[in-house]
Design a protein around this ligand. Sequence first.
Ligand code: CDP
Length: 219
Amino acid sequence: MADGKDKGPVIAVDGPAASGKGTIARAVASHFGLPHMDTGLLYRAVALNLWRWGGDPASEFEALRACDELGFDPDDPELRSEPVSRIASTISAYPSVRAALLQRQQDFARQAGGAVLDGRDIGTVVAPDADVKLFVTASREVRAERRLKELTGRRMTAHYEDVLADLTARDDRDSHRAVAPLRPAPDAILLDTSSLDQEDAISQAVRFIEERIQLARAK
Ligand code: CDP
């Protein structure tokens, strides 16, 4: 494995918004008995801090201050609200914000038993030595449908056209930022979930991971 044969595997799951990466990462973590970190929540927590203080997302300095004492409740529904999603996408482009959150993610990835992390830059920046890297995608329209379902399931009002426009804007910002842009690592396995239901996407991911781990052990 990444740091010696007796360590647990590090599994990186990256991909754009609403691609299914979070669901896949959680299921994979539970299948392999590994701890899981949703790194998007860190960026969302910074965004929520900033929003609550009335800070300006256009200011890198204020966004960096919002990284201080980053305690948050992962079940807080505001973390997943649209304004917070938009601010998270803006502040995640700031190099100082990314640097402030990096250590926490790397410490999680380095724990002895192995770990699963999902995000945008796990396989490229946070854990470039990960044992398995998955890059989960789906068409923009499918992702917009999924996000709409998720939001209405949480009793939030949302319209397909707005969700699609928002995803498009976030994809664009995440893919074109100068630091840690969203892109598959060269050694990532691509998993397109556009025409897969949740169960099939999870079983394909588990199969890919088992194959990679077996290959690594055989070396
Ligand atoms: O759930 P969804 O894919 O919509 O977003 P998320 O994974 O919770 O991430 C929220 C925002 O944080 C994204 O739009 C990214 O801009 C940013 N992010 C990042 O830059 N790097 C990560 N490793 C994770 C999230």
